[in-house]
Design a protein around this ligand. Sequence first.
Ligand code: VL7
Length: 139
Amino acid sequence: MPAGFCSSWEIISNVNFEGYMIALGIRPSLRKIALKLKLKLRKVIEQNGDWWTIKTCSTFQNYTISFRVGQEFEEFTEGLDNRHVKSLVTWQGNKLVCEQIGEKKNRGWAHWIEEDKLHLELYCEGVVCKQVFKKKVNE
Ligand code: VL7
């Protein structure tokens, strides 16, 4: 299994975050808050046996999912677009890919490692947001 995901990560670029939020139907007031912290997002990725946890952290709020690769789970995107989706994370080569089946078509994300950086693409109805994270240096 591809390694190197488990770490704390800080964002270094975030392209079309607003387009992704619009595709999700996030209201303008929340988009405004989110855009202010769009370059302060962090990811904390942990793995315990088969269980993965991905925490997305900001000064405003955090969002956490836990899953097993290959096992569908119910996801409630609480504090984001507040939708219920059926999610499934699988490996596609070296990419950790999630499909989020629900009201929004072609929704999901893909994570992979490239040159010590964590890459993330977020998809919703043909819109793509691209984020890159670098390893957080312990203080
Ligand atoms: C999850 C947020 C914008 C609403 C708040 C903005 C700041 C920070 O799905 C995601 O990550 C996956 C893959 O790593 C694991 O869950 C992205 C954050 C994207 C979308 C919606 C703006 C409200 C919130 C928690």
